[in-house]
Design a binder for this molecule. Structure first.
Ligand code: SF4
Length: 285
């Protein structure tokens, strides 16, 4: 009876066997958009400058030296708003391939040309992941704000012009089938003379606000972001990008000393474990 009770109250555990992906949250509040369903809790202080100090990034990246890591990810808020973005990107590209998760508003032809120069200095690759939720301007701007569609599309075209192979990040608000979304985006870009592949689309499941904790049953550990990843924010080390800065998912203060064991005791975990797909980590890891 006692054991049965213990099983009921101890949440499932996921152990990080090997750190393959590290997310660096350059800022949580500094963003130039106010998307309706940003997974970072909306905050009246959004747009406040809360950038992670570059020294903290240097300190954590130095711990990675000599270790093999698949990918670094620069996230926010909007990572390109960080005053030291270029320097941080160069530091990351000395270590491994780096994915920049951006809303695209800061990328035009001039910026893309400069980003190409940074990329060419490195043996590793920069992958730009640009948020565009719909091929329909009104639908996209309804969620992300007026003008965001044109800017994101402009960024994608500028990046392609400078020989990047951007990924379009689509939040699946309507819970459509992956094939349906892919066909829509493929036809949309084909009309612009651009062929996209499945690798160019990252479909992010929609996590509604105020989700309730459900019982976590069977799940595939390998498919969870927390099984291969950690996040560094200015507040410490966290289990996964969806739970950055949530005190329940804080696992330490730096990569020098953090917990490899993560308890799935947050509401988002109960949705995430049901999905059977990687939420933020690149699909091809
Ligand atoms: S939300 Fe998903 S990836 Fe994040 S800690 Fe929970 S189960 Fe792991």
């Amino acid at each position: 009876m006692e054991n049965q009770l213990a099983e009921l109250i101890v949440p499932p555990v996921v152990e990080l066997k090997e750190l393959k992906n590290l997310f660096l949250q350059l800022s949580s509040k500094a963003c130039n958009l106010k998307c309706k369903n940003c997974y970072i809790e909306r905050n009246p202080l959004k747009n406040e400058e809360d950038f992670i100090p570059i020294e903290k990034i240097k300190e954590n990246l130095s711990i990675l030296k000599g270790r093999k890591i698949n990918s670094l990810y620069l996230t926010g808020g909007e990572p390109l708003l960080h005053p030291d973005f270029n320097q941080i990107l160069r530091m990351c590209l000395k270590i491994t391939n780096t994915t920049v998760m951006s809303n695209g508003t800061m990328i035009n032809d001039k910026k893309a040309r400069f980003l190409r120069k940074i990329d060419d200095e490195s043996q590793f690759e920069t992958i730009y992941r640009i948020s565009l939720d719909s091929t329909n301007e009104l639908e996209n701007d309804e969620m992300r704000g007026r003008g965001s569609y044109r800017k994101a599309l402009g960024a994608i075209m500028s990046l392609i012009k400078y020989e990047f192979n951007p990924i379009i990040s689509v939040v699946n608000y309507k819970n459509l089938k992956k094939e349906e979304i892919f066909d829509d985006f493929m036809n949309f870009f084909r009309k612009k003379g651009i062929e996209i592949d499945e690798i160019n689309l990252k479909i992010i499941p929609y996590f509604p606000k105020n989700i309730e904790m459900e019982e976590i049953k069977n799940f595939e550990k390998e498919m969870l972001d927390c099984a291969t990843s950690r996040v560094i924010s200015k507040n410490g080390v966290y289990a996964c990008p969806m739970l950055t800065n949530d005190y329940r998912a804080r696992l330490g203060s730096s990569l020098a000393d953090y917990s490899k064991v993560n308890y799935l005791d947050c509401e988002k975990c109960s949705i995430c474990t049901k999905l059977g797909q990687r939420v933020q980590v690149n699909d091809w890891i």
